[in-house]
Ligand binder design. Sequence first.
Ligand SMILES: Nc1ncnc2c1ncn2[C@@H]1O[C@H](COP(=O)(O)OP(=O)(O)OP(=O)(O)O)[C@@H](O)[C@H]1O
Ligand SMILES: [Mg+2]
Length: 402
Amino acid sequence: MSKKFKEAKGITLAPLRPHLKWIVVGFAFFISLGSIWYTNNLVEQIREREQRQIEIYASSLEFLATASDNFLMIFDEIVSANHTVPVILTDISGAPEFHRNLPKADRLMGEEKSEYLNLEIGRMREEREPIEVTLTDDAGNVYGTKFIYYKNSFLLSQLTYYPYIQLSIIALFGVITFLILNYLRKVEQDHVWVGLAKETAHQLGTPLSSLMAWSEYFKDLYPEQKEALLEFDKDVDRLKVITDRFSSIGSEPQLAKFNIVDTIDEIVIYLQKRLSTKIQMTVSAFPGRDIEARIHQSLFAWVIENLCKNAADAMEGKGSIHISVLRANEGRIAVDVKDTGKGIPKKKIVNVFRPGYTTKKRGWGLGLTLAKRIIEQYHQGKIFVKHSEINKGTTFRIYLNG
Ligand SMILES: Nc1ncnc2c1ncn2[C@@H]1O[C@H](COP(=O)(O)OP(=O)(O)OP(=O)(O)O)[C@@H](O)[C@H]1O
Ligand SMILES: [Mg+2]
């Protein structure tokens, strides 16, 4: 388990997945290797056996040549016992005289048949060397030479490909299982997010209405405290915004077209008051300020707030945050949030959107997970680290639909 997934307030948010994935991949690799090795072994054994079988035929042919004039007929009888290995017997010039276990040749006649047999002889020669049979009579005089051509039986050729076909099917099955499990995991995560968000909004709702009522009551009771109570109202309003965000996360948010530059300006005004005075926030727009995007204002604000808070943390309270809006291809709108903070090491960039990944003492590692969810699921947009350089700064890019 990586130390970067820190144990926050006693709760481990560390995902085990990265390790588990490699263990499963390693295991699958060894099983595949074992299976291929085992089948190759079998193939080799059967191959040797088939070769020995043909060699026995060859020696029996040599033997029969001395014993009988009708040796070809007797050879046919012996070879009949072989139901698997395709064989062609030729004379010294290579003309086929006899064949076995070539069903296609049995179906053909005349010219076509000899053409096919010649083709097969070529193929067989590529696969295995033919066996030369020397025919001698009783007196030991050589009176002829024959060649036995043969190739792997159908069973053997099938067996050669078998592990690859088998492994492909298993791999396909594995991929399908992985996709289904991944889908189920996502559905489950959705349930947790939505359920938790809805419940939070619901729980906050009741005390919030009560606080609003109390504020009105105190304003009537202590008119001289109006100023203080207006500050109190601001906090209540903020709580209302938070409740609204949670309830939006818990339901299908309705997107609408807004001037994105104005929206960002408002967020910046709100944030500027809360961040250190040593942090300068600026906004720019290209080609002009008149850029609209389809957003859910309050959820989008949540994303920008999270990015700016991370930026402020990365700059340790001093530096500048620049947000630029520009029209991108295909009617999309790009929003860049650029800071002058400590940057993210290249290797760690893949981790930043993972739930539970944090490098902060008091972080939950949920800010960017939430931002990704809001942008990609609710806005059908994209969010990613566009650029990061150690001790120079980081730029996050968001794509929205226009
Ligand atoms: N602008 C940035 N510059 C440098 N590092 C960053 C930046 N933004 C995010 N990070 C890194 O990514 C991590 C994850 O960020 P994320 O917002 O998800 O969680 P967090 O800020 O640690 O905790 P919280 O849940 O409170 O937001 C951070 O801990 C930090 O290491
Ligand atoms: Mg954060």
